[in-house]
Design a protein around this ligand. Structure first.
Ligand code: ATP
Length: 290
């Protein structure tokens, strides 16, 4: 399976949200990473065939998805950024309802609902009302609805928003488990969501593709660019506007800094092992979130 994003440009009136975007995806997990407003949701919606791009096309095995209609929708699972749940529905009833909307055969729906509840580890809560669910449980239910038609392409827009650290870990494991034989595309601005599970990270800034690479290669490229140094207050003040500093720990009069820099910083410092969030700061030039 091959999904090609070809010269996609999306304009909302004067606003260019995505510009001449090209990349190719096949089975595995892809993390679309970029700050708020980078164009991730717009791209997800184009990939889900919910938004017609101003220019360009998306090809699935050489067929333009916009001409495929139900054939495309039948193999697509999509979790939008904000999903409207009916609070008074139980998880089971909600999934039966979505199964009907998706046109699943009535005879297989109950089994399929049980199956997806099991995958997302909500089976024992199937009779509980969604209004009583935690944020993490709702997100897992959102993923369950996207899995109902056993999609070959699964698109999850900011699926970890509002999850606590434990729920994030659970979510990552879930994505890894369900990614076999599927193209899984997930957008996030939180590096740790995709650090361990993405085959490739797709960096997006101002609607443009900044780069595509595996987390391993990205880390390799960051080698020699991360430093740990000790600064005095004066040294810190003279550096803080010119250097990308990813961490600051005050230890008495000294300040321990984690610095992202191609060259050795002008203070006592040693090279540090790089992490993916260093890359975020390096490319996006802003505070690492979370
Ligand atoms: N319907 C719209 N009309 C006008 N501008 C829009 C519309 N939707 C998005 N935009 C703009 O397009 C740009 C990209 O938005 P998009 O939602 O795709 O980014 P994002 O990376 O998903 O950000 P976020 O994480 O904040 O949702 C932003 O500047 C946004 O304000």
């Amino acid at each position: 399976m091959r999904l090609i994003i070809e010269n996609i440009t999306m304009k909302y009136k004067d606003k260019v949200a995505v510009e001449d975007f090209n990349t190719e995806l096949n089975e595995g997990v892809y993390g679309f990473l970029g700050p708020n407003g980078a164009g991730k949701t717009t791209l997800m919606r184009v990939l889900a065939d919910l938004l017609r791009p101003t220019r360009g096309r998306v090809l699935l095995d050489d067929r333009d998805i916009s001409t495929m209609g139900d054939k495309y929708r039948n193999i697509l699972g999509y979790l939008p950024q904000s999903f409207g749940f009916y609070k008074s529905f139980t998880a089971h009833k909600f999934l039966m309802y979505i199964a009907a909307l998706k046109g699943l055969d009535k005879s297989i729906s109950p089994d399929k609902v049980e199956e997806v509840l099991d995958i997302v580890n909500l089976k024992e809560h199937s009779k509980r009302k969604i209004g009583k669910f935690s944020g993490g449980m709702k997100q897992r239910l959102g993923i369950a609805q996207a899995l109902l038609n056993d999609p070959k392409i699964l698109i999850l827009d900011e699926p970890t928003a509002g999850l606590d650290p434990k729920e994030r870990i659970r979510f990552r494991n879930l994505i890894s488990e369900i990614s076999k034989d599927r193209i899984v595309i997930l957008s996030t601005h939180i590096v740790s969501d995709i650090e361990y599970i993405a085959k490739e990270v797709i960096l997006i800034k101002d609607g443009k593709l900044l780069g595509v690479d595996s987390p391993e290669n990205i880390l390799e490229n960051m080698k020699g660019k991360v430093w740990k140094g000790i600064a005095s207050e004066e040294e810190f003040n003279s550096m803080k506007d010119d250097y990308k500093i990813s961490n600051i720990v005050r230890k008495g009069k000294e300040i321990e800094l984690r610095i992202i820099s191609k060259d050795k910083p002008p203070i006592e410092s040693i090279e540090e092992e790089s992490r993916l969030e260093d890359m975020y700061l390096y490319y996006f030039d802003q505070e690492v979130e979370e």
